[in-house]
Design a protein around this ligand. Structure first.
Ligand SMILES: Cc1cc2nc3c(=O)[nH]c(=O)nc-3n(C[C@H](O)[C@H](O)[C@H](O)COP(=O)(O)O)c2cc1C
Length: 269
């Protein structure tokens, strides 16, 4: 399967769902994927995946959804996580795998901003010591849904060569990495702001965060987890040894970062 063409490129957020129940077969497939197949970004952080079918919107809307609006969907999936370094990026990475699995299964989804994680946990009446790290609405898309696909930054805008702000030699890098980089440029982000960039080098890529006043800390970190998963998944589909992201700093080269941007993570190729 061409993972980028068929899954990543085809996904787009859904805010209008058909009145069709998500049955247990789908939930079991998601759970099986989460338990048996999915890779994590940070080893050792415990997470739990829970589904809420059909009943929680009235309560959840008080704490979840940007602009005071929580999308009404037949089902929600929630990643609960222990709190540790990079737990939000890790939860975002895991939930993105599940979101793309939903695309594969013919369903649609939309991430939701968590305005109050404690309130969301109370709304879900969750008996766990973990925190609510991600909430994703999902179901079958309403066939009447007329929403256009969101415009995305071009690959040129998204990538630099060797140093921040430096043009990339596309002949040199794009042949092997193109689909992986495109998967980053296609990723979901809070309000489609895409506040990040990739510096490409011969042996690694680096994810750089751009300043964005509207994206809060939680969503910023979820954004990062999502793009890291997209790159990983597309490369894993074509390589026997999938690349692994690391939050270790870059010490062996100068990325030329200006003061207002942030180094996030690197991925050896
Ligand atoms: C962390 C995060 C939070 C989001 N929060 C919301 C939300 O509260 N409400 C909403 O309608 N969409 C939300 N979205 C969906 C984005 O608006 C959507 O991904 C973006 O507009 C790009 O569209 P696409 O997903 O179709 O590519 C969120 C996305 C992310 C990654």
């Amino acid at each position: 399967m061409k993972y980028y063409e068929q899954i990543v490129k085809n996904r787009n957020s859904c805010r209008q769902y058909a009145d069709r129940k998500v049955d247990n077969k789908v939930l079991n497939e998601l759970l099986k994927y989460y338990e048996d197949e999915e890779s994590v970004l940070v080893d050792g952080i415990e997470t739990e995946l829970r589904f809420y079918v059909g009943t929680v919107w009235d309560e959840l809307r008080k704490s979840v959804g940007y602009n005071g609006f929580c999308i009404k969907a037949p089902a929600y999936m929630v990643i609960f996580s222990d709190v540790a370094d990079h737990y939000r990026e890790n939860a975002g990475y895991i939930a993105q795998g599940l979101t793309l699995k939903l695309t594969e299964l013919g369903l649609a989804a939309c991430w939701l901003t968590i305005n109050d994680a404690y309130g969301a946990k109370t709304a879900l009446d969750a008996d766990t010591d973990k925190v609510v790290a991600c909430v994703v609405a999902f179901g079958y898309r309403d066939p009447q849904d007329q929403a256009k696909k969101a415009d995305k930054k071009s690959l040129d805008e998204m990538t630099d060569g060797f140093k921040y702000g430096q043009d990339i030699d596309t002949d040199l890098f794009y042949r092997e990495l193109e689909d992986g980089l495109r998967a980053i440029a296609r990723a979901q982000s809070f309000a489609n702001k895409q506040p990040y960039r990739i510096i490409v080098d011969y042996d690694q890529i680096s994810l750089i965060g751009l300043p964005d006043e509207e994206t809060n800390e939680n969503d910023r970190r979820l954004n990062y987890g999502i793009v890291m998963f997209n790159f990983f998944a597309v490369m894993a589909a074509v390589r026997p040894q999938p690349p692994k992201w690391s939050f270790e700093p870059v010490t062996d080269r100068d990325l030329g970062l200006p003061a207002d941007v942030t180094y996030v993570a690197k991925c050896k190729l």
